[in-house]
Design a protein around this ligand. Structure first.
Ligand code: NAD
Length: 356
């Protein structure tokens, strides 16, 4: 088993170091190799995703990724910006399925902006299609309008599109994930307005017939956005397209209180995956030993489960995180009166101790 370790920028190196510490404490037989990515790679090589880093990622069974981005690179040409590294990895590795669990640990219910009874025990899995939709559809661009309300005016346009195989494969992923959970899938669309999402709904419904043990329902995205804050526990697995998934997964993440707790996985059809926290590189707190490493540690657990076939080890890490929270240890982002404030490294050490 080979893991490519790409720490990246900002808090990336600090939080990834803690996840590596936890992986090493498992005494499993895997090889880890690190490479620069994002702004760190640009500073070293002039490119955010150097060829050697991409090669390492493509050859590994899994990629453990920190975060990329720093304000100091915001003036670079778009293809050279740190964020291009993650887009490049998604494209080259064919990572089409993004898993974003939103779990509200009982010790952290007060950290949510919703009432505790609405979020206590929350456990949602949002599955976002990652390589299609309006983010990648062609044609796109700027032009002078020849029709519409303002012919002759400058306009911009994008193309929303999904092919049948793209929808089928993400639907299979969602139904199979639901089979391992509470056997419910909500497919989120905008079929009342968009042709693309009427097609999405039709194809998901067809695929659903192959999974008679899973209950499928459909919801318009505007209603889903509302239900996520009104009654979030009604959801189990949510599957949706790239743009709606982008927005809804961030909304769901806030139900749990801190973005510092949320892992994510992006998988391709070979089971190879890229595992990263849901948050960014947080340059405002980088190098201060205050970042919460738990999202990255939980991403490492997802990596063991989905790409390395080590379910027992994944569960051990998740139990250790739960134990550390039960001990009252908190990084500043999740700290509250009566709990013990710890730094990034101390939190990692505590998870290792709980593992043992
Ligand atoms: P961010 O997620 O980095 O930070 C948002 C807020 O959350 C900040 O106040 C930050 O301090 C806090 N935060 C984030 N992670 C935390 C953690 N583990 N522990 C405690 N607090 C945490 O988002 P942003 O500020 O909008 O973006 C900063 C940079 O990250 C930008 O350059 C952006 O492009 C990049 N970014 C990268 C990724 C990625 O690598 N996949 C994702 C999102 C943003």
């Amino acid at each position: 088993m080979k893991i490519a370790v790409l720490p990246g920028d900002g808090i990336g190196p600090e939080i990834v170091a803690e996840a590596v510490k936890v992986l090493n404490a498992l005494d499993l037989d895997f090889e880890m190799e690190s490479a620069p990515v994002g702004g760190a790679a640009y500073a070293l090589t002039g490119h955010p995703l150097p060829e050697a880093t991409l090669k390492l990622a493509m050859e590994a069974d899994a990629v453990l990724f920190g975060a990329v981005g720093d304000w100091k690179y915001d003036t670079l040409d778009r293809p050279l910006r740190p964020e291009q590294a993650i887009l490049g990895l998604r494209k080259h590795m064919g990572l089409f399925a993004n898993f974003r669990p939103a779990i509200c640990y009982k010790e952290l219910t007060h950290a949510s902006s919703l009432k505790p009874e609405l979020v206590a025990g929350l456990d949602i899995l949002i599955i976002r299609e990652l390589t299609g939709d309006i983010y990648f559809g062609q044609p796109r661009g700027r032009r002078i309008a020849t029709d519409g309300h303002f012919p002759g005016a400058e306009e911009a346009f994008d193309t929303m599109r999904y092919s049948r195989p793209e929808i089928e494969r993400i639907a299979h992923v969602a139904f199979q994930a639901a089979q391992k959970r509470s056997k419910r899938v909500t497919s989120v669309d905008k079929a009342n307005v968009l042709e693309t999402f009427q097609f999405w709904k039709d194809v998901v419904t067809e695929v659903g017939k192959e999974y008679p043990d899973v209950q499928l329902d459909h919801m318009y995205v505007d209603n889903a956005a509302m239900q996520l804050v009104k009654e979030p526990k009604r959801f189990d697995v949510v599957v949706t397209g790239n743009m709606f998934g982008d927005i809804l997964s961030d909304e769901a993440s806030m139900l749990t209180g801190s973005i510092g707790m949320l892992p994510s996985a992006s998988l391709n059809s070979k089971g190879q995956g890229l595992y990263e926290p849901s948050h960014g590189s947080a340059p405002d707190i980088a190098g201060k030993n205050v970042a919460n490493p738990l999202a990255t540690i939980l991403s490492a657990a997802m990596m063991l489960r989905f790409s390395l076939n080590q379910e027992a080890a994944a569960q051990r890490i998740e139990d250790a995180v739960q134990a550390v929270l039960a001990q009252g240890l908190r990084t500043p982002d999740i700290w509250s009166e009566g709990t013990t404030r710890v730094g990034t490294a101390e939190m990692g050490d505590a998870v290792v101790a709980a593992l043992r």
